[in-house]
Ligand binder design. Structure first.
Ligand SMILES: *Cc1c(COP(=O)(O)O)cnc(C)c1O
Length: 381
């Protein structure tokens, strides 16, 4: 079959809209020219509502992990106490970055597949008063849960002076996030998830409080020094050569987001989540997470009577359909369907129907179409 028609339903990278692809084929420009000034003038105000902030959203070249590392190295110093809420592989990554900088990292581990309970964090902070920053993951991509960030922000500020730092890589642009209103101090995202771009850009926004801490932080850092980016961007300039090609795409992606309207985008992601979950429930195939904590951007399925790797291999070879496997302790135990960014209800119907064929092919007795029908019912509601 046509090998140029991959169907990418993993939680990042995600498919790129044709107009974004086209925007990225523009001729190169100089990064210290009027063209770059104009590009930044277009892009900067449009990024703010996506973060729910009036603050500058700085753009760095690097994957999401570079953004996480920037969040750590700009805010805390070696030997300082931080709390990292670990609900899966990405919380674990935040903790490992802190460890790498000799920060005194205290982990709050939550069972994978569950969201953290804000009351537990309140209790922890009451007992441990030296915590300088609390790190959390909004959507934990490895399990498909959404942590209650708004409530967490409140308990962090009610019970400590710590900065509240959030990994929003797989949520920003797909899940409502009100950085200023909720009092998030530092919010990070990446380009290749709900923002409908290729990998390679990371974005960060900080509260006034966080900027003050960063300005007075004597930690060594150079490329990841966020003040450099802020100070340049506020003059519609860049400190170093940015990934201009990706920024051409960003300008177009932000246009698409504005045209669709953020509220509509958030509702669409809820619909995609509900359609996906209904499909597997109809087949009595267990989901890893309960409805209450389910992320609108990715769904993890934990089968009991078939091998998810066998299913993944089958749908890949039959349809060139990619879904993700499990990470670390969930390796070979789950599979994950990404439904963020450039993804529509039609894509979910297509995906479910292909997965049903895959299930039959690996010998699971299911009623063909039952999952599709359940998803259709959700759509019609
Ligand atoms: C994808 C992702 C990242 C970033 O990973 P990179 O591979 O460095 O882009 C970070 N956090 C979460 C929650 C993610 O989903």
């Amino acid at each position: 079959m046509f090998t140029d028609q991959p169907i990418l339903r993993i939680p990042g990278p995600t498919p790129i809209p044709p107009s974004v692809r086209q925007a990225m084929s523009q001729p190169m420009i100089g990064h210290r020219t009027q063209e770059t000034t104009e590009l930044l003038t277009q892009v900067r105000p449009k990024l703010k509502p996506v973060f729910g902030t009036d603050q500058e959203v700085v753009i760095l070249t690097g994957s999401g992990t570079a953004g996480l590392e920037a969040a750590v190295v700009n805010t805390v110093k070696p030997g300082e106490d931080v709390l990292v809420i670990v609900t899966g592989a990405f919380g674990d990554r935040f903790a490992k970055i802190c460890d790498a900088y000799q920060i005194n990292t205290q982990r709050f581990d939550v069972k994978w597949g569950e969201a953290v309970n804000p009351e537990d964090i309140a209790a922890y902070l009451k007992k441990n008063t030296s915590i300088k920053a609390v790190f959390a993951t909004h959507c934990e991509t490895s399990t498909g849960i959404l942590n209650p960030i708004k409530e967490l922000a409140k308990v962090v500020h009610d019970n400590s002076d710590a900065l509240f730092i959030v990994d929003g890589v797989s949520s920003i642009g797909g899940v409502e996030t009100k950085m200023d209103e909720w009092n998030i101090d530092l919010l990070v995202t990446g380009s290749q998830k709900a923002l409908m771009l290729p990998p390679g850009l990371t974005f960060l926004a900080a509260s006034d409080r966080a900027w003050k801490v960063m300005e007075n932080n004597g930690n060594s850092r150079f490329y990841l020094n966020l003040q450099k980016y802020r100070d340049s961007q506020q003059k519609n300039a860049v400190p170093y050569t940015p990934a201009l090609t990706l920024m051409f795409g960003l300008e177009e992606a932000l246009k698409l987001i504005e045209e669709e309207d953020l509220q509509h985008i958030f509702n669409r992601h809820h619909l995609l989540r509900d359609m996906t979950r209904a499909a597997f429930k109809a087949h009595d195939i267990p989901l890893l997470t309960v409805d209450e904590f389910a992320s609108p951007t990715v769904t993890a399925i934990r089968p009991t009577d078939f091998n998810p790797e066998e299913l993944r291999k089958t749908i890949k070879s039959e349809f060139n359909l990619d879904v993700a496997g499990g990470q670390k302790q969930l390796k070979e135990k789950i599979f994950r369907i990404g439904h963020m960014g450039y993804c529509t209800p039609a894509d979910i119907l297509e995906t479910v129907s292909m997965v049903e064929i895959g299930l039959r092919k690996i010998g699971k007795e299911i009623e063909l179409g039952a999952g599709v029908r359940a998803a259709q019912e959700i759509y019609l509601k």
